[in-house]
Design a protein around this ligand. Sequence first.
Ligand code: NAP
Length: 288
Amino acid sequence: MENKIALLGVGLMGSRIAERLANNGFQVSVYNRTISKAKELEKFNITVCEDVKSAVQRSEIIITMLSDYKALNNVLFADTAISYQGKIVIQMSTVAPDQNLLLKKEIEKLGGSFVEAPVLGGITQAKSGELIVMVGSSKAQFEELKGLFSIIGNNVKYIGQTGQAAAIKLSYNQLIATMNTAFCMSLGYVMDKGINLNIFMDILRSSTLYAPAFDKKLDNFVNRDYENTNFSLKLLLKDVNLVVDELEKSRVDCLTLKGVKFLLERGIHFEQGEKDYSALFEMIYPKK
Ligand SMILES: NC(=O)c1ccc[n+]([C@@H]2O[C@H](COP(=O)([O-])OP(=O)(O)OC[C@H]3O[C@@H](n4cnc5c(N)ncnc54)[C@H](OP(=O)(O)O)[C@@H]3O)[C@@H](O)[C@H]2O)c1
């Protein structure tokens, strides 16, 4: 297995994946637009590069964990002197299927190969190597890389060709948005009625309506505490926008999701974008 890996983008997720790989014997180099964030990784024996080109040059495999398609283009292609000849680019950020296809085309033009591998799970799972990794690539690429993926995640699934893993990932993030919205509506209503929340949750947990996702952010909602960002509201809105476009193309009605989009946009308007996405509760049941 290739041992030299570059991680481009060490935000909440990328930093944990870099740490996990370094702790498992890989020679990890990182690049981050805001270099001060990357410097915190030096204590794990990770090399911090000042530019993308040197991170790519030092590595056989390049993992991208950036916000969105625009950031991916900025980082991968702004410097035209970067050669991807013989390199494998593993694109783990959440983007649309067509966006990954465009990135694949560009990387292949520059001599590299491209694999999409979006993940499900948050920063805790990224640090402990318990992400769900969904791979869109050729079967041969999957076989070559599955050892590496098994260090990043404990559930590694081959989905299909490029674009299919991006699509399945978006289908799950749609659920994050709508399920949390549905739960916040019931929670806000029950709180407003002064009903004991333990009773509300006990009944919910014992019923078929229950989903573990409801307990995940319960404390954030009840305490109206959204400061400890695991997944930002602005990135959830980015995903909701992508899913709305995708569902419309597939002729799946997405009126419900457009309602959630509106709530998240309200969150951005009230400067909650950098906060955890659980700040969505404030848009649904604002503090009186
Ligand atoms: N957080 C989660 O639970 C989670 C789970 C699964 C998948 N994801 C997906 O994984 C990706 C990363 O998420 P995250 O939570 O780690 O996000 P994050 O903490 O906000 O990090 C985003 C990264 O993108 C960089 N970036 C943003 N805009 C840029 C630009 N225009 N040019 C260059 N770099 C730019 C940031 O650099 P700076 O540090 O300089 O801002 C940072 O390295 C996203 O696609 C997200 O949807 C997140």
